[in-house]
Design a protein around this ligand. Structure first.
Ligand code: GTP
Length: 219
């Protein structure tokens, strides 16, 4: 880890989407549990943990909330997951109405979260019978500026890639925000930007200016 990075121990994620799209199965596959063909609808919410390695080599814990897709559990689930930094919105590629619902889920996220990173999973891509095409879902995701993954919890396709994407994006965003508003102990902004090394570069720049000044004076 570089000295410039802000420590982050845990990333909190939640899965949202209609009932039976495969949220619980996605988490089970990600945790290396056996895939279950039976459908046991989640009641309320559930929480799991997994340690992963980020692109920068740093180990981090993911805390993952599984929520119930059924509407009657929605308000409770939303309260529980209010501290989520990232949300995986899931729909079922074999059920058009679950794709149509994605807009509603995005509205719910908009209304309940200030800063949250989102990825979209089109699940059950192992199934031949499809009601949503790759092109359509990709175009929708691009319009919304959300990364999109076609996943299969059953065949373990793109599950790890999708979780890795959202975790890395959250980590990067967290570092940018924190560095942009790093304050000193008197409450003054110490570093305004994480870009280009921020304060360290400014110090170096000052030193170099002084050196040039003194060289000019000597001449
Ligand atoms: P709620 O708890 O009601 O919100 O449902 P959920 O979104 O958690 O769905 P769940 O994971 O329980 O899966 C519903 C059904 O879809 C189960 O019968 C799963 O076996 C099946 N399923 C889940 N993922 C896949 C997949 O990738 N491919 C296929 N073919 N079936 C899947």
């Amino acid at each position: 880890m570089s000295g410039n990075e802000i420590k982050m121990k845990i990333i909190r994620l939640a899965l949202l989407g209609d009932s039976a799209v495969g949220k619980t199965s996605i988490i089970s596959t990600f945790l290396n549990f056996e895939f279950n063909e039976d459908f046991i609808s989640t009641i309320g919410w559930d929480k799991r943990k997994k340690n992963i390695k980020l692109e920068n080599g740093k180990d981090i814990d993911l805390s993952i909330w599984d929520t119930a897709g059924q509407e009657r559990f929605q308000s409770v689930a939303l309260k529980v997951i209010r501290k989520a930094q990232g949300i995986v919105v899931v729909f079922d590629l074999t059920k058009r109405e679950t794709f149509n619902s994605v807009v509603n889920w995005l509205n719910i996220i908009n209304e309940n979260f200030n800063e949250v990173t989102i990825v979209l999973f089109g699940n059950k891509c192992d199934c031949e019978k499809r009601e949503v095409t790759t092109e359509e879902a990709t175009e929708f995701a691009q319009r919304k500026n959300i990364p999109y993954f076609e996943t299969s919890a059953k065949k373990n396709i793109n599950i790890e890639a999708g979780f890795s994407k959202i975790a890395n994006d959250i980590y990067k965003r967290h570092n940018k925000i924190e560095k942009a508003i790093t304050l000193d102990n008197k409450g003054k902004v110490k570093e305004e930007s994480s870009c280009c090394g921020g304060g360290k570069n400014k110090k170096k720049e000052k030193k170099e200016n002084k050196k040039v000044e003194s060289e000019q004076n000597e001449n």
